[in-house]
Design a binder for this molecule. Structure first.
Ligand code: ADP
Ligand code: MG
Length: 301
């Protein structure tokens, strides 16, 4: 953070009288909100579909899908996570079978029509998954000549959205036909951004892709938020990147920020969501906060 910006921020706080009230500023420079615990739901569905999207790899899409999914399930939401990356990291991270089972690829290609049969439970009550494996890497080639090839995932998911409160699609790191399918099936997009130097590179192209999908395929799609991940409050670099992200996207940047911690790789090895692997760790609390913020913003029921 530059000294000047720090001074401005301090002035803002003093002008607003927030300092005297003892209001603490969060990492995005806004006062920290204590998002309330979501109210219990008395009925479930139809689900809101959220695509977790960024064509850059290693920014926290899969980790966020797992951790947010588990946190929402912990608040009594019925969650379906869809592995939409041929690497199958979501399926592995949730500890489910990906071989000799029906995968999202079979559903897209129509070789299996029974979507419900492809859904596997996880060790987290309320969190289910449709798995993927490397077969999915052939999907773009096979689907390219299909009629309405961008709407295939939407058609598949429509069969099961009544049973869930939220569907989270873990996209692959590309802006190809699979990602366009995810954006066409989605009500909202969540963009995880790693707090690193090149974080903003490529985001303009992603936003352009979302705009094209809104124009041509899915007029109702919304940007639910930009989630800063792998934030290290001890480094000036991390703070500067976050400041730049907030300058570029304003209130679209979620107030919740996910810190960098080795607990996430550890949780992946254990194939367990962080909220169960280390429920008392601040990283688990940050994902519970993200869940509360998204309910508060009406991105999730
Ligand atoms: P993506 O799905 O965007 O490629 P992942 O969620 O797989 O990204 O994350 C990439 C790697 O970074 C994984 O090894 C994951 O365990 C790790 N990781 C994710 N989030 C964090 C975090 N907040 N702190 C530290 N490591 C993280
Ligand atoms: Mg991933």
């Amino acid at each position: 953070m530059t000294a000047q910006r720090e001074a401005t921020r301090k002035d803002d706080v003093e002008l607003a009288g927030l300092e005297n009230l003892g209001v603490e500023l969060g990492p995005t420079g806004r006062p920290l909100t204590d998002f309330p615990e979501p109210k219990a739901l008395t009925a479930h569905g139809p689900a809101r579909v959220i695509a977790l999207c960024n064509q850059k790899g290693g920014v926290g899409k899969t980790t966020t899908t797992i951790s947010l999914g588990a946190a929402l399930a912990g608040y009594g939401r019925r969650v379906l996570a869809v592995d939409f990356d041929p690497q199958g990291a979501l399926s592995a991270g949730l500890g489910v079978q990906t071989h000799d089972v029906t995968t999202i690829y079979d559903l897209l290609l129509g070789s299996s029509k029974d979507v419900a049969a492809a859904i596997q439970p996880t060790s987290t009550p309320g969190l289910d998954v449709i798995p993927a494996n490397i077969d999915l890497s052939a999907a773009e080639v096979h689907l390219v000549n299909e009629v309405a090839r961008e709407q295939i995932l939407a058609r598949v998911l429509r069969q099961v959205t009544a049973d869930y409160d939220v569907v989270l699609i873990d996209c692959q790191p590309s802006l190809g036909l699979l990602t366009v399918n995810a954006l066409t099936a989605a009500h909202g997009v969540l963009i995880p951004l790693e707090c690193e130097f090149f974080a903003l590179r490529g985001v303009a192209l992603l936003v352009e892709t979302i705009d094209k999908v809104r124009d041509r395929l899915n007029p109702a799609i919304e940007l639910d938020g930009i989630l800063a991940t792998m934030y290290d409050p001890r480094t000036l670099h991390s703070r500067e990147v976050l400041e730049r992200v907030v300058e570029a996207f304003g209130d679209q940047v979620l107030e919740t920020v996910i810190n960098r911690t080795v607990k996430f790789p550890d949780a992946s090895v254990a194939a367990t969501p962080i909220t169960e692997f280390a429920p008392d760790h601040h990283a688990a609390e940050q994902y519970r906060q993200l869940a509360r913020e998204l309910v508060h913003r009406h991105a999730v029921a």
